[in-house]
Design a protein around this ligand. Structure first.
Ligand SMILES: *Cc1c(COP(=O)(O)O)cnc(C)c1O
Length: 379
C-alpha cells in the first residue's frame, strides 16, 4: 500500500458495534468483565484504550514497524525509553537536539547514574570515538533542531549495533512521509505527535514505534507502570490529523523550498539552513534517506546581531512568534531564548547555534503570502 492510502486507512477499522467509520472516542476508564479475568482485551485505560490502540496501530503501519505506543507528550515517550537503562549505562546523543531532550537527560536522568555524551552526529567518527561497551543507546534526531543537520541513519545503526546499543531516532521533524528510520536499521522511532503528525497545533502527545516484539514488551511495561499515557480525545485528534499527513507534508515541502530559495538570495540574509539546498553540507545524505526536505528552515542575518533578529521576529505578520512547529500555520521562533534556552549558552555556541538564529516552521498557506511577509519583515 502506498503512503497516502496508509495514512488514511492503516490500523483503523469501522467500529464493531455501530459501523462508525471514524474511530469513536472511548471516554472510559474501565471495562466490565463477565467473570474475573474474562474480558474483551480491555481492563483499565492506562493499560489499553480502544481509541489509543487504533492510533498506535496506525503509527506502526506508517513507520513500517510492528508496534506503536502512545504517551501523553513527546517527553513522556523519551522518559519511557531512557527507563530501559540501568545506572552506569551510557547514552551517546547528537549535540544539536531538542532542548527538552537535553534537559531531561542532564537534569533528571543524570541524577540516577546514567551518563550522557553529546557529539556532532553528522560526523560518524566523532560518534564512534564516544562509544564504549557501556553505551546502551545512541540518540539521533534528524533533521536536527534547529540547525537542520542531517544524520546518516544507516551509518548510526551500524555503529550502534557494533557496540550492542540500540539506535533511537527522534523522527518528529521528518515524519514517516519523509523518512522511515526503522527501514534504515533504527530500533526505536520516537515522535512528538504534537508537531507534524497531529499537524493542527491542538494537541500534545508522543509515541514510540518498534519492530521487535521483546523491545515492545519492555516499553509497554514501562508505559503502563509509569503511566504517562494520553486520553482518548487526544488520540482521536491525532488519528484525524494523520489522515492528511501526506497532503500537508507535500505542501510543507513545496513551501519550504520556496521560502529557502527566497531567503538564500535576500541581501540581508546570511546562512540559510535547509537540507534541500545543494549548498547544505549534508545534502547528499538527505537525498539518500529522505523523500523530500521538509518545512523547517533556520537562518541568520548577515550582520548576525541579536537585536536585529528580534526586530524581524516582531515584524512578522503571518509567521506567528511561538514555540512548537509542524502545524498548518507558519510559526517563527528564536531558539536561543525559546526552545533551546534550557541548553547553556556555551553548549549552544559549541554546537554552532548563533543567538541571532531565526527558526521558521513553514506552514501550508500560499507561498506568495509567506514570502511577502518575510520580505516586509526583512525590509
Ligand atoms: C517538541 C519536541 C519534543 C517533545 O515533545 P512534546 O510533545 O512537546 O513533549 C521532542 N523532540 C522534538 C524534536 C520536538 O520538536
Amino acid at each position: 500500500m502506498k503512503f497516502g492510502t496508509k495514512a488514511i486507512h492503516a490500523g483503523v477499522h469501522p467500529d464493531p458495534t455501530t459501523g462508525a467509520i471514524m474511530t469513536p472516542i472511548y471516554q472510559t476508564s474501565t471495562y466490565v468483565q463477565r467473570s474475573p479475568g474474562d474480558h474483551k482485551g480491555f481492563e483499565y485505560s492506562r493499560t489499553h484504550n480502544p481509541t489509543r490502540t487504533q492510533l498506535q496501530d496506525a503509527l506502526a503501519a506508517l513507520e513500517n514497524g510492528q508496534h506503536g505506543l502512545c504517551f501523553a507528550t513527546g517527553m513522556a515517550a523519551i522518559d519511557a525509553i531512557v527507563k530501559l537503562l540501568e545506572p552506569g549505562d551510557e547514552v551517546v546523543a547528537t549535540n544539536d537536539l531538542y532542548g527538552g531532550s537535553y534537559r531531561i537527560f542532564t537534569k533528571i536522568f543524570a541524577k540516577y547514574g546514567l551518563v550522557f555524551k553529546f557529539v556532532p552526529m553528522h560526523d560518524v567518527q566523532a560518534v564512534r570515538a564516544a562509544m564504549t561497551e557501556r553505551t546502551k543507546l545512541v540518540w539521533a534526531e534528524t533533521p536536527t533542531n534547529p540547525l537542520l543537520h542531517i544524520i546518516d541513519i544507516k551509518a548510526m545503526a551500524e555503529v550502534a549495533h557494533e557496540f550492542g546499543a540500540l539506535l533511537v531516532v527522534d523522527n518528529t521533524f521528518a515524519t514517516p512521509y519523509l523518512q522511515t528510520p526503522l527501514d534504515l536499521g533504527a530500533d526505536v522511532v520516537m515522535h512528538s505527535l504534537t508537531k507534524y503528525m497531529g499537524g493542527h497545533s491542538d494537541v500534545v502527545m508522543g509515541a514510540l514505534i518498534v519492530k521487535d516484539d521483546e523491545l515492545h514488551q519492555r516499553l509497554a511495561f514501562i508505559q503502563n507502570a509509569s503511566g504517562g499515557t494520553p486520553g482518548p480525545q487526544d488520540c482521536f485528534l491525532v488519528l484525524r490529523g494523520l489522515k492528511t499527513l501526506h497532503v500537508r507534508m507535500q505542501r510543507h515541502c513545496e513551501n519550504g523550498r520556496a521560502v529557502a530559495e527566497f531567503l538564500r538570495q535576500h541581501p540581508r540574509v546570511g546562512q540559510v539552513y535547509w537540507p534541500g539546498l545543494e549548498s547544505h553540507p549534508n545534502h547528499q545524505v538527505a537525498r539518500q534517506q529522505m523523500r523530500d526536505f521538509g518545512g523547517m528552515i533556520s537562518f541568520v542575518l548577515k550582520d548576525d546581531k541579536v537585536e536585529d533578529a528580534v526586530r524581524v521576529l516582531e515584524k512578522f505578520q503571518l509567521f506567528s512568534l511561538a514555540e512548537s512547529l509542524g502545524g498548518v500555520e507558519s510559526l517563527s521562533g528564536h531558539p536561543a531564548t525559546m526552545t533551546h534556552a534550557s541548553i547553556p549558552a556555551e553548549e549552544r555556541r559549541k554546537a554552532g547555534l548563533s543567538d541571532s538564529l531565526i527558526r521558521l516552521s513553514v506552514g501550508i498557506e500560499d507561498a506568495e503570502d509567506l514570502i511577502e511577509d518575510l520580505a516586509q519583515a526583512l525590509d
